[in-house]
Design a protein around this ligand. Structure first.
Ligand code: MRU
Length: 356
């Protein structure tokens, strides 16, 4: 990458949602964006687990990173109290953090790395855990920059793209996955127009992705989720670009609810469909998408808008917050280890054997 391209990308990498220093984890509270930029301070693992459950921090890579720092916080409390920092002493911490959300495999992946670092630690387990959490966070940022370049290489000039949910700096260590590819594609002069689906019910697209795109002065239009097929029929979208919460060994991909219907519509209208995710989102132990647990959240999230009830009293709702896009509807999966086209199974297996 040339120096000027790197500098250009730096201008698109200014937001940090997760920051640790001196026994405090500061999280940019994503429930308050875009109008209020406020940080919450976590001093123990339970506070981090609550922030993950309540979506103060969200996005698959970001919750893995936050959980890793949650282990460090709890280990620090043990250490300060003169107790040994061990796997046994932190067993309930690992369980609590792991149970915070079920679908994104990055959470379990990050905690497995932290456990392994603890097991391998010789004489300073707190130092080893801190170094591992830092490495998880730093490597995610590097992966995102790498994926940006790989993903953008698929684009021709002057294209329109549609994205869903928020996959940007807020959802990661920085720069973003799908939004990182969009940033890189815009910086390379290839993307002319971005469309962002609002992503009901939590409005990650409207509140978070539009905030990131407007800050970066990337031409972006918000669309209602229900406008996506009409938009694609118009020919304005050449690529649909989304992130992932878990990619099964056959390429089936769990992502924010509504992704599946975008993939169906893209196929119908001749738009290409790209999934962008770091290798930490690939779960080779899960053979296909039917085995991925889909998080069901409180129906109340659907019954109100911005805290104001919009549905008649007594009404019920069904609120799955992820769906699975079958591999056959995906054109390319971009990871930092490389891009894969169909058939995804052998391609993923091959990349699983490589190192970053
Ligand atoms: O419920 P959320 O906001 O955590 O869901 C986030 C998504 O579905 C993202 O698309 C995914 O985690 C990838 S983020 C780089």
């Amino acid at each position: 990458m040339s120096e000027s391209t790197a500098a250009h990308l730096d201008r698109h990498d200014t937001i940090r949602a997760v920051a640790y220093a001196d026994g405090v984890l500061r999280l940019l509270d994503q429930r308050e964006l875009p109008f209020t930029e406020v940080q919450i301070e976590c001093r123990n693992a339970e506070a981090v687990a609550k922030a993950i459950r309540d979506l103060a921090v969200r996005g698959a890579p970001a919750i893995g990173i936050a959980a890793a720092w949650g282990v460090v916080l709890q280990a620090g409390l043990l250490d300060n109290a003169g107790h040994p920092v061990s796997v046994a002493a932190l067993a309930s911490t690992f369980d609590t953090l792991n149970a915070a959300r079920p679908t994104a495999v990055n959470l379990a992946w990050a905690l497995a790395r932290m456990r392994a670092a603890l097991v391998a630690a010789k004489n300073d387990p707190l130092h080893a855990l801190t170094a591992e959490a830092r490495a998880i966070q730093d490597q995610d940022l590097v992966a995102n920059r790498t994926m940006g370049g790989i993903g953008a290489s698929f684009f021709t000039d002057g294209i329109g793209v549609l994205t869903h949910c928020n996959t940007g700096s807020l959802a990661t260590a920085g720069f973003g996955t799908a939004l990182g590819v969009i940033r890189a594609g815009f910086a390379a002069g290839k993307i002319k127009q971005v469309y962002a689906g609002e992503t009901r019910p939590w409005l990650q697209g409207a509140r978070l992705t539009m905030w990131e795109l407007v800050r970066d002065r990337i031409p972006a239009k918000l669309v209602a989720d229900s406008a996506a097929s009409h938009l694609m029929k118009s020919g304005a979208v050449q690529w649909v670009i989304v992130g992932a919460d878990r990619i099964a060994a056959n390429g089936d991909t769990a992502n924010k609810i509504g992704t599946y219907q975008l993939a169906i519509s893209a196929k119908r209208h001749g738009a290409k469909f790209m999934v962008v995710a770091p290798w930490s989102t690939v779960d080779m132990q899960t053979r296909h998408g039917d085995d991925i647990e889909i998080e069901l959240r409180d129906p109340a999230e659907l019954l109100s808008v911005a805290g104001r009830r919009t549905v008649v009293a007594g009404a019920d709702a069904w609120n799955p917050v992820f769906d699975v896009t079958p591999a056959e509807l995906i054109d390319v999966i971009v990871t930092e280890r490389g891009a894969i086209e169909k058939p995804f199974g052998p391609g993923l297996a091959k990349l699983a054997g490589t190192r970053d």
